[in-house]
Design a protein around this ligand. Structure first.
Ligand SMILES: [Zn+2]
Length: 487
């Protein structure tokens, strides 16, 4: 059995001030996919492992991904999907295809780019060849995608730590379909909710009961996959919002009924979805007053893993204003990192940091400190962490020690998914009192184990959790969050 594997993954924040170009994508082809991904916790690692587990021949085709950022440029999308299709065409005949897509890619001209990708892949494969797609839990799934794919499997955890298992699940589903042991029939139901990212944690709160129900459903006879996507509120697209996707074996009515039941359960949590999260001044006061340390402050408005700038200063400004000490904060600021490198280790300097990418993420601040470390920014994460990424590169990195805290200045936007981001630059997490991590839920996988307490912070920015409905133009108007506000 010859099974093609490919991925084309991007989470596109349509509120970001910058677009995503072809050069922002890391592209891997053929055997490189196996070399780069076999050992990862990403679902492509699961696809690769399926060769042995289910006795199939894996044909690695094409892969591209980029750090979450703005809308993908039309030219970039055209080139990427074009190469994906060429790689599939060149590998035919295939018995099946496994395709990992994020689910929240928005390109110029294609608001639901993943739906367009699946449409084109299906047109190339024809109606018979099984095509199993995987998605991130933050996908905004358009119903047409579920029609065009044979089956869709979505991560069940946030932070995302089950990606490899979902890859294996998708591969098993595909192998059984090719062998005519299963006949996937998929149904999608979309509750009319904006499911705020403040409630995306699958280990607690209203989402836990929904996800537990999906996991239980998947154990039932006749159900091949049961998925719940929370959606991605930072893409203003028609199908923004949560989705329930159930795949039943040969029974479309069962899939439809169970998807409806889970969607109803999700809908029943709608009045629990009101975030009550402190702003930066209060959050910093809480952190400083905390008897238990270290405290992690999660800066939700500058969620780099959600496509924001990475150089927000709202929390840093409060730390400086309130005289907090023992903090460590990372900022994307290539200019400041370069200035530190020129000054050299041990040099004392005063320089402007942060707030440079756009006007959404706070003022540029002036800080004084000593260059404590310089690093090429490469690090490896071997533990199971959100996103499953192993090899990281945050570019030239400087650590500036101020009187009160440590500022890590990176040259590449790097979401805080690994403590090795700090350790590789000589910062020992165990010795800090306050961490500032730019994210909402995802950094919990890395920062949870070393934090006595996590405090979410409601800050402005491209990933603000408090964006008013007027800011959206394409999303469906009747989403409950907004109709409740209008009452
Ligand atoms: Zn996600």
């Amino acid at each position: 059995m010859r099974v093609g594997i490919a991925f084309l993954s991007h989470e596109s924040n349509t509120f970001a001030s910058f677009t995503t170009a072809l050069g922002d994508f890391e592209i891997v082809r053929g055997q490189e996919i196996l070399e780069k991904h076999a050992a990862t916790y990403h679902e492509v690692g699961g696809f690769i492992a399926s060769a042995e587990a289910f006795g199939v021949e894996i044909v690695p085709l094409f892969g591209a991904d980029a750090t979450p950022s703005g809308t993908v440029e039309a030219e970039a999308y055209g080139a990427l999907v074009g190469e994906l299709l060429d790689s599939i065409r060149a590998a035919l005949p295939l018995d099946g295809l496994l395709l990992a897509l994020h689910g929240a890619m928005a390109a110029d001209g294609f608001t639901h780019a993943d739906g367009e990708t699946v449409r084109r892949v299906r047109a190339l494969l024809g109606p018979e060849i099984p095509l199993v797609v995987t998605h991130d839990y933050h996908g905004n799934v358009p119903p047409q995608l579920v029609e065009d794919a044979t089956a869709l499997v979505i991560y069940k955890t946030c932070p995302h730590v089950d990606q490899r298992e979902r890859g294996l699940q998708a591969a098993e589903l595909l192998a059984r379909t090719v062998r005519a042991e299963a006949r996937p029939e998929a149904a999608i139901v979309k509750p009319e909710l904006l499911y705020n990212i403040a409630f995306h944690n699958t280990g607690s709160g209203p989402m836990k009961q929904v996800m537990d129900a999906a996991i239980e459903l998947e154990r039932k006879a006749g159900i091949l996959a049961a998925s719940v996507a929370a959606g991605y509120q930072y893409a203003d697209v028609p199908w923004m919002g949560p989705s329930v996707v159930v795949v039943a074996d040969g029974e479309p009515a069962l899939a439809q009924r169970e998807a409806g039941r889970l969607a109803e359960l999700m809908w029943s949590t709608r009045d629990e979805l009101l975030p009550r999260i402190p702003g930066p001044a209060e959050a910093v006061r809480m952190a400083m007053a905390s008897a238990e340390t270290p405290v992690s402050l999660f800066e939700m408005g500058d969620n780099i893993g959600g496509g924001s700038a990475g150089d927000s200063t709202f929390v840093l400004e409060e730390l400086l204003r309130q005289g907090a000490d023992g903090w460590v904060a990372a900022l994307y600021d290539p200019e400041a990192a370069a200035a530190c490198a020129v000054a050299g280790i041990g040099a004392q300097l005063t320089l402007p940091v942060g707030g440079k990418v756009d006007d959404q993420h706070g003022p540029t601040l002036t800080v004084t400190g000593k260059v404590r470390a310089l690093h090429d920014g490469m690090f490896i994460e071997t533990e199971r962490r959100h996103g499953g990424k192993r090899e990281w590169d945050q570019g030239l990195t400087a650590v500036l020690a101020t009187c009160e805290g440590l500022l890590l200045l990176a040259s590449v936007r790097t979401p805080p998914m690994s403590l090795n981001q700090l350790r590789s630059a000589g910062i020992l997490p165990e010795q800090q009192r306050i961490f500032v991590a730019k994210g909402a839920v995802a950094p919990r996988a890395a920062y949870g184990p070393v934090s006595a307490r996590i405090i979410e912070v409601d800050t402005a920015g491209a990933t603000s959790i408090s964006r008013p409905p007027e800011a959206y133009q394409r999303a469906r108007r009747g989403l409950y969050e907004w109709t409740r506000q209008a009452r």
